[in-house]
Design a binder for this molecule. Structure first.
Ligand code: 48H
Length: 259
């Protein structure tokens, strides 16, 4: 037989390696939905604790709302309470008027690198459309997902399943996973009123206080928490997102390692 053509090898390696990866993702410890600041922060701290973590992100990039800075002005700010997290991710930063200032490109890149280096896997182009549940007692044990391209095409294609011990809604203002549970599992009694108008200091603090388990197996972090509890927005300050991501990781580690 003739030597394998280079093009055939490219295709074969991509498909077989991606299949291995997706097969492995079919059963994990934690599925994080959304690769924004809270999801990526959670991913790093979870993976550092030895958990098998996948981040499923519907876009072909990561960072969620980071890239836009404030009204597209390319700087990210956070309060100094988050300085240890910024240091954990090896970000370059300046302190201006007691605020941490980071470039959005570095903020996104370092959050993703920190998560990846800790062992978490980020898979882009996957849209999470549903959850997997068990009843008596009610618990969430994974997600159903589809390629984002299929979702955008409007084709009726059944999803595949990613079973996990914990699912984290890190989808930001959309609170996509929580809204699915609100709509399709009324016995969960989850209501998602959406976030309140801006009150930055308060919003940044309560979002962290309220971060944690929503149902057995289901957790929320970042702006999804604000949407769930009707908390004030904080605008382009990322303190709450970083602290919320770290907190949800602590809660999950405690829950999963305790079992
Ligand atoms: C797969 C999905 C799905 C889905 C959405 O919006 P994000 O940046 O989320 P957070 O909560 O980490 O950060 C919020 C922050 O960016 C922000 O907007 C702030 C602080 N606003 C304050 C204010 O006052 O406005 O990222 C969420 C990610 C995005 O990348 C989405 O593409 C992704 O989740 N996503 N991925 N399946 N169904 N839904």
């Amino acid at each position: 037989m003739e030597e394998e053509p280079f093009e055939a090898k490219i295709t074969k390696v991509i498909i077989s390696e991606a299949s291995k990866e997706l097969s492995s993702a079919s059963h994990s410890d934690v599925i994080i939905v959304g690769a924004g600041p809270s999801g990526l922060t959670a991913a790093k701290y979870l993976a550092e604790n030895g958990l098998k973590v996948y981040v499923l992100e519907r876009r072909l990039s990561f960072g969620g709302g980071i890239g836009g800075g404030g009204m597209l002005f390319p700087k990210i700010v956070a309060s100094r309470e988050a300085e240890d997290i910024v240091k954990d991710f090896n970000m370059h930063y300046r302190i201006v008027e007691d605020l941490i200032v980071v470039d959005p490109a570095e903020f996104m890149a370092k959050l993703a690198t920190g998560a990846i280096d800790a062992g978490a896997k980020i898979i882009n182009g996957i849209h999470v459309e549903d959850v997997i549940f068990r009843d008596n007692p009610l618990r969430i044990c994974g997600v159903a997902a589809i390629w984002s391209a299929i979702e955008l095409s409007g084709l009726h294609v059944d999803p595949l399943f990613f079973y996990s011990r914990a699912v984290v809604d890190a989808t930001g203002h959309d609170a996509y996973v929580l809204r699915v549970v609100e709509k399709k599992l009324p016995e969960s009694r989850i209501k998602v009123p959406g976030d309140k108008p801006v009150y930055s200091e308060v919003g940044d603090k309560i979002v962290v206080e309220k971060t944690g388990r929503v149902l057995p197996g289901l957790y929320a972090t970042g702006m999804a928490v604000a949407a769930l509890y009707g908390l004030p927005r904080m605008g382009p300050t990322f303190t709450g997102m970083l602290l919320s991501g770290r907190k949800v990781a602590e809660v999950i580690v405690n829950d999963l390692k305790g079992r």
